[in-house]
Ligand binder design. Structure first.
Ligand SMILES: [Zn+2]
Length: 341
């Protein structure tokens, strides 16, 4: 193979990769199935798996291969906490920390965030006795985060039918929180006490991705997340999944979730998204949910600034009443977080 294709010569000296190069890579490299950072004039820098790159090169080309996941230096990997203790140790922590339901708790929402995803990947590697592989997984996670649609990471399949993934399967848990968001603060205000939310704007959460087997109730049976026991593969996504957003989910009248898994997995929240999620829940917990209000709600979301939130009987425990000024102050805090997106 000529120099400049798969080696580390300066970018200016690189040559476009061809289908023949990729065939050689697959035949000779022990870890060819991983993620690659590539560059094309048409699409700019992208991250993709080897099967996708092979397909693109055959169809369009030319692509420069900039780096593989394995090339990433350890110094740029996310910092992880101390290695998890042995599973039978009394100090052992669960791979999956208990979900915190109190919005004022410092760990509220943490299990949904990207930082927790890194910790989960590390703990899973440790639990499997593959501590050395944690860095391999974290390298893949770092690249995979750049992929706009995670279904593209499906990878290829061996002749046996097993998935030939582009990364260790634990990476899926670094990308996806296999749990659901509590969207009550963002549900519209309604006179229906069973369905009424607090009407807060979705803000930076609107475009958060959700992956499910069936977002619209199109198929027979209930919707599942990729980690559900009812799914038979390795906990990852395939192109058969639906991709929707939090905004879409709020309007998904026919979404019919599995009671075991909740029906979808959430693409892990950035720090900004998590801060907004926490602030919204905290604001609702402090003020209580809103009742259906008069016309003129801000953004049509059920929040009317300057008026007092009142509790919807039977929906939440009684909380202390707040003055309109206090409500506005809390809401201002939410908006500050939103403006920092
Ligand atoms: Zn399920």
């Amino acid at each position: 193979m000529e120099p400049g294709v798969l080696d580390d010569v300066p970018i200016g000296g690189r040559r476009p990769v061809t289908a023949a190069h990729l065939r050689a890579l697959r035949a000779l490299a022990p870890n060819a199935d991983q993620l690659y950072l590539v560059l094309s004039v048409t699409h700019g820098p992208e991250v993709m798996s080897l099967p996708v790159l092979e397909k693109r090169v055959r169809a369009a080309g030319p692509y420069l291969l900039i780096a593989a996941a394995d090339d990433l230096p350890a110094a740029m990997l996310p910092e992880v906490s101390a290695p998890a203790p042995e599973p039978d140790s009394p100090d052992a922590v669960s791979v999956w920390p208990a979900r915190v339901h109190q919005p004022q708790h410092p760990d509220f929402g943490r299990s949904l965030g990207m930082a927790e995803g890194e910790q989960v990947v590390t703990r899973l590697s440790s639990l499997r006795g593959e501590r050395r592989n944690a860095q391999t997984a974290l390298r893949s996670l770092a690249l995979a985060r750049a992929v706009p649609d995670l279904r593209e990471l499906e990878g290829g399949y061996a002749r046996t039918g097993h998935r030939r993934g582009a990364f260790p399967r634990d990476v899926w848990h670094g990308l996806l929180a296999m749990e659901q968001l509590d969207l009550e603060p963002f549900e519209p205000v309604s006179t229906d006490a069973w369905r009424s939310g607090s009407g807060l704007p979705l803000g930076v959460l609107a475009r958060v991705q959700l992956y499910t087997t069936d977002a619209t109730g199109h198929f027979q049976g209930r919707a599942h997340s990729p980690h559900c026991a009812h799914q038979r593969h390795d906990g990852g996504l395939t192109r058969d999944y639906d991709l929707t957003t939090v905004e879409g989910m709020l309007h998904a009248e026919r979404f019919d979730p599995c009671s075991k898994c909740g029906g979808y997995a959430t693409r892990r929240l950035t720090e900004t998204q998590l801060a907004y999620y926490r602030a919204a829940h905290d604001a609702v917990a402090q003020a209580g949910p809103a009742t259906a209000g008069p016309p003129g709600h801000v953004g049509g979301a059920g929040l009317w600034v300057g008026q007092k939130f009142t509790r919807s009987p039977g929906v939440r425990p009684r909380v202390r009443s707040m003055s309109a000024g206090a409500v506005c102050w809390r809401w201002a805090a939410v908006m500050v977080v939103r403006s920092r997106q």
